[in-house]
Ligand binder design. Structure first.
Ligand SMILES: *Cc1c(COP(=O)(O)O)cnc(C)c1O
Length: 517
């Protein structure tokens, strides 16, 4: 009889019914025992070169996401004879990083904003020519005076395709009264009380009731402004395609009813919610089938009402960016559990780097080992060693333990699905919980057919303490030496070519691996 414990690779293969070599998800693969992001970036080589903790940011994955969705939508529209346009907007609040927004725009994305600063960034990108003036800009959320002023400034500077999506009638009155240039406006549908989930009522505050929408139409009549867009956002990470589709069918009714009073309404915006594949290895969502059904239901409703097919707008946050970045974290120490699983104490904080694990019920992240797939698998929990906070652990209560290779320390784990919201909610720079520094970031972008790599060193302790009001000059001599913790601005500005950066320092083995990059 064979009592040998299953290896990690066997456990993985049994759990997901896929091979431990080859493609693991649509953005992640394992080849020759190495984990590859976007089937291109060798994460094992990254850790060998830069150490852990490390964030690897692979911008070409964003391009892939956008191009894939555009292609599916084009096919779906052709299949059902949909005659309106498909407008892919990037919801920048998912990740505002300059390289992320620039990559999404270069891939053809339109723009969705959530706050005043967002519009200010867009204004600058437009002046720089990075945001072309023919892209739509949908401005959502409740609009305070700063947000309204930023929109009006951009509109009056000549940006015509700016669409404030009205969230209440007071902001509409303010916009009508204060914007001298004609505005294209949207109206956001408020969730009916019967569809609000009492466990998660947060989105109830957004939007206008049907009565308020009719009022908005009357307020705009006789002004130079026009209502062009109906916004019907259902939620985020919507994996139940049938339920989503039912909600959209109801919203389409709302649009068609309102359109009788506002014939200028020619855009149907379904908001965010497109799920990302990045949170679970066994994720399944049939994107082409979903798009086909949505185009079909909108076409059918409009054909029956005898009106033209509207442009179909989606605002893609998570879907665009969740998969493009990964954290590589090292098991610093192992502590046996007394009754339950062992603790893998990570040289990092989980709650600081993946804050959604604390407040999004059931939020999962894919955690895979870089090495030791042949070692026996064991159930473990990860603890964030960088804080001494009893809430700094993953998986959370109610989630099953992680199975990982047995280790006495030194194993590096890759945490996927962290490219959307996590950095923004955690914040970049400044002081984090227990003064956890921002980890080193490696940013990889495509430049024609080359990959260009840029390194942002970890946050220095001096910077953190300065943010809290301590005097850096007197503290710095007291600090332990932290390798390569130079301030960002002292870095060479010119990005280096991937080829030279990954020139092997040792024999031929690595040369081949790194040539992949
Ligand atoms: C946050 C947000 C989005 C993006 O949602 P995802 O589910 O991340 O795609 C889109 N539209 C609006 C109005 C939002 O508030």
């Amino acid at each position: 009889m064979n009592n040998r414990a299953s290896s990690y690779a066997e456990t993985f293969e049994q759990r997901y019914a896929i091979s431990a070599e080859g493609p693991l998800t649509d953005f992640l693969s394992r080849r020759d025992g190495r984990l590859l992001l976007g089937d291109a970036i060798d994460l094992n080589a990254m850790v060998a070169r830069y150490g852990a903790p490390l964030e690897v940011v692979y911008c070409p994955q964003i391009t892939t996401q956008i191009e894939q969705m555009q292609a599916w939508a084009a096919q779906a529209a052709a299949d059902v004879g949909y005659r309106g346009a498909f407008v892919y907007a990037y919801a920048t609040k998912a990740n505002f990083a300059e390289e992320v927004v620039r990559t999404a725009l270069a891939a053809g994305a339109h723009y969705e904003t959530s706050a005043a600063a967002d519009v200010v960034i867009a204004h600058q990108l437009w002046r720089q020519g990075i945001l072309p003036g023919d892209r739509w800009m949908f401005c959502n959320g409740s609009k305070d005076a700063d947000y309204r002023a930023a929109m009006i400034a951009l509109r009056c500077a000549g940006y015509e395709r700016l669409v404030p999506v009205v969230d209440d009638l007071d902001e509409l009155a303010e916009l009508i009264a204060s914007c001298p240039a004609p505005l294209l406006l949207g109206v956001r549908e408020r969730h009916a009380p019967e569809v609000v989930d009492p466990q998660h009522p947060g989105a109830e505050r957004f939007g206008l009731t049907a009565d308020e929408m009719r009022m908005a139409v009357r307020m705009v009549a006789g002004t130079p402004h026009r209502i062009v867009l109906y916004h019907a956002m259902v939620g985020s990470q919507l994996e139940d395609a049938a339920a989503w589709q039912r909600r959209l069918t109801q919203s389409l009714d709302g649009l068609l009813t309102l359109q009788r009073e506002a014939p200028t309404l020619t855009m149907f915006n379904i908001g965010g919610g497109m799920p990302t594949s990045a949170y679970r290895v066994d994720f399944a969502f049939d994107y082409p089938a979903f798009l086909t059904r949505v185009f079909a239901l909108v076409a059918q409703g409009c054909d029956e009402a005898g009106v033209a097919h509207p442009a179909l707008v989606g605002e893609f946050g998570r879907y665009t960016v969740a998969s493009h970045s990964v954290f590589l974290l090292e098991v610093g120490a192992v502590k046996a559990g007394q009754a339950a699983e062992s603790w893998y104490l990570m040289n990092a904080s989980l709650m600081v780097n993946m804050p959604d694990m604390l407040f999004v019920a059931g939020q999962e992240f894919v955690v895979l080992p870089l090495d030791d797939w042949d070692a026996p698998a064991a159930p473990v929990r990860l603890g964030g060693r960088a804080t001494c906070d009893s809430d700094d652990f993953y998986p959370r209560p109610g989630q099953s333990a992680l199975w990982l290779p047995e280790s006495t320390g030194g194993l590096v784990l890759a945490v996927f699905g962290v490219g959307a919201y996590q950095q923004m909610i955690s914040g970049r720079g400044g002081a984090h919980h227990c003064l956890t520094p921002d980890m080193r970031r490696i940013i990889i972008e495509r430049d024609d057919d080359a990959l260009v790599v840029r390194e942002v060193p970890p946050q220095s302790l001096g910077r953190i303490m300065e943010a809290l009001g301590y005097t850096r000059e007197t503290l710095e001599p007291l600090m332990p030496a932290v390798p390569a913790a130079e301030p960002v601005e002292r870095l060479p500005r010119t990005p280096r070519r991937a080829q030279s950066l990954f020139r092997p320092r040792v024999g031929g083995e690595l040369r081949n691996r790194r040539a992949r990059i």
